[in-house]
Design a protein around this ligand. Structure first.
Ligand SMILES: [Zn+2]
Length: 349
């Protein structure tokens, strides 16, 4: 039942003096959504409420006592997103996933990710990565990853945060990890593009916007022609470079996590539209970058659902089918495009 039909039904029942609860679609009837970017661990620090798609990043003054704590404008909004109750992050996000029929790639330390899997095995695709390329325990990290991917069923190497270290994805220090991923046929998910929120030079001195340039992947992809790459945050805002890379490398997909709710809405839509208009609608994967706010999922899905520049099929592809193809997971029965994905998977084997 659509919303207006439900309202009409309630109005009619009211007129007849009978209380009738509107029918509610069962969870199983909602079309499936794949969120390819969820964090197992809650973002550290005190939970903050957030106004998604704030319209501005404000200038700040470095003078003592005048520095702004973060870059986003302090505008108020509806809906404001609230963090989960302390200690209930996983439980509240999983409840939302069930309500909205979401399956998610969840990233984090193997032990944390396994807790999510134990709580909702059918909805969790596990992901994990190395912490840093600048630590001396590389052999240990490689061993941990090999075990995770070959014995523990982990499916994605991510989130890889080289940009926060100011390091290019093609830097040879990261080479052993990507070589392992290619050898094991595990896709890699690399943070590229967004970050900083106007305050990177203060809060994250290692972060370099330039290391989010999608073209920095070229040498890595030349060395590893079979590597499947997920550009997390779609290299925002370097759209022209992103299209150049996608044009030359058909194993590369993007996720629109983070950027979908943390930049001005008009800009978000024009960036996604630019990728679609460039001919790459089958490379765009839905994601949230969930780290704190359970209702972020419904909010972010609504941005795709309400995008008037996308056809119903393109919305389904972004919300589910593209990621199912990238991750080579079985599509649910009964949807025609999902069957197309399933056929592709069979054909690929
Ligand atoms: Zn990220």
């Amino acid at each position: 039942m659509g919303l207006s039909a439900a309202v009409a039904a309630i109005a009619l029942a009211g007129a007849a003096g009978v209380m009738v609860a509107p029918a509610r679609a069962a969870d199983a009837e909602l079309p499936p959504v794949l969120d390819v970017h969820v964090h197992a661990g809650e973002f550290p620090g005190p939970g903050m409420t957030v106004c998604p798609n704030a319209a501005q990043f404000l200038a700040s003054d470095p003078a003592n006592g005048k520095e702004a704590p973060f870059g986003w404008s302090g505008e108020d909004c509806t809906p404001r997103l609230y963090p989960a109750a302390p200690g209930h992050y996983m439980e509240e996000v999983l409840a939302e996933m069930k309500r909205l029929n979401v399956t998610a790639v969840v990233y984090g330390n193997p032990a944390d990710v396994k807790k999510w899997q134990a709580a909702a095995p059918e909805r969790i695709i596990p992901g994990t990565a190395f912490h840093s390329v600048q630590t001396p325990d590389q052999a240990q990290q490689l061993q941990m990853l090999e075990l995770a991917f070959t014995k523990d069923g982990f499916k994605v190497m991510g989130e890889i945060g080289l940009q926060y270290e100011g390091i290019s994805p093609s830097d040879t220090r990261a080479e052993p990890y990507f070589a392992l991923a290619e050898k094991l046929d595990i896709p890699v998910a690399i943070h590229m593009g967004t970050g900083g929120s106007g305050r990177a030079n203060l809060g994250m001195s290692g972060f370099r916007g330039s290391m989010g340039n999608p073209l920095l992947l070229e040498d890595l992809l030349a060395r590893h022609p079979k590597l499947r790459v997920q550009i997390m945050h779609a290299g925002y805002p370097m759209g022209e470079n992103l299209l150049t890379l996608l044009q030359a490398n058909s194993h590369v997909y993007v996720d629109i996590a983070g950027l979908i709710w943390s930049y001005p809405l008009k800009e978000v839509n024009s960036y996604i539209k630019r990728i679609v208009d460039g001919g790459f609608e089958d490379r765009i994967m839905f994601g949230t970058d969930q780290m704190m706010w359970p209702h972020l999922m419904a909010y972010s899905i609504s941005i795709i659902q309400n995008a008037d520049y996308l056809t119903p099929q393109q919305k389904r592809d972004i919300l589910y089918n593209n990621a199912a193809r990238f991750l080579r997971i079985k599509a649910p029965e009964g949807t025609s495009s999902a069957n197309g994905v399933a056929k592709n998977i069979v054909a690929a084997k």
